[in-house]
Write a new protein. Structure first.
Length: 186
């Protein structure tokens, strides 16, 4: 083994006292479980619990990911923003689908949200621009607020033995269906 490999294997993976995810007691709505986990992370003082990785797809099918901030959640979806001239905006114009991945490391939790993406209106985008720390009083017609409309959620609760609990919600014709994700590692 290389020196780096030894160092990496020696690092602790998860905090000692992890919460549990009981699929039988999980809410029927993935939105409720997400709000609960995000609230737990905020209450625990986790740094940037609204930070997430947004993955989009290039024209050639190559996935591309970057870190952004969740701006809001409402009936329009899960909001994020960027410049219309950015690469992610160009990718979303071609393939309007994305995944968000949240990592609440102190609780050993991840949440993946996947679905279609739509542009929100000019007024909402301008309000978002005005709320940025870099706002200088000038409008920015290049700024765009987006909403991801969830079709899939996967909640993963880490376990010390690495048999993690993974709960998936899929949007079907009758609403949200949930079930355990069975993989060799949890």
């Amino acid at each position: 083994m290389t020196t780096l490999r030894n160092r990496l294997r020696a690092l602790p993976s998860f905090p000692a006292d992890l919460p549990e995810l009981d699929p039988d007691r999980a809410p029927a709505s993935p939105h409720d479980l997400f709000a609960s986990w995000l609230g737990d992370a905020i209450e625990a003082g986790e740094r940037q619990p609204h930070g997430m990785t947004l993955a989009t797809v290039r024209d050639d099918g190559t996935p591309v990911a970057r870190t952004l901030i969740l701006k809001d959640v409402d009936t329009d979806g899960y909001h994020f923003s960027t410049h219309r001239s950015s690469r992610k905006s160009q990718q979303l114009a071609t393939i309007p689908r994305a995944s968000m991945l949240f990592w609440f490391k102190e609780a050993g939790r991840t949440v993946r949200i996947t679905g279609g993406v739509q542009e929100l209106g000019r007024e909402a985008s301008e309000r978002d621009w005005q709320g940025r720390p870099s706002y200088d009083g000038e409008p920015n017609p290049d700024w765009q607020l987006y909403a991801l409309l969830p079709e899939e959620f996967e909640f993963m609760q880490a376990r010390e033995d690495r048999h993690h609990t993974r709960l998936e919600y899929l949007l079907g014709a009758a609403g949200w269906e949930r079930g355990l994700v069975r993989t060799p590692a949890g």
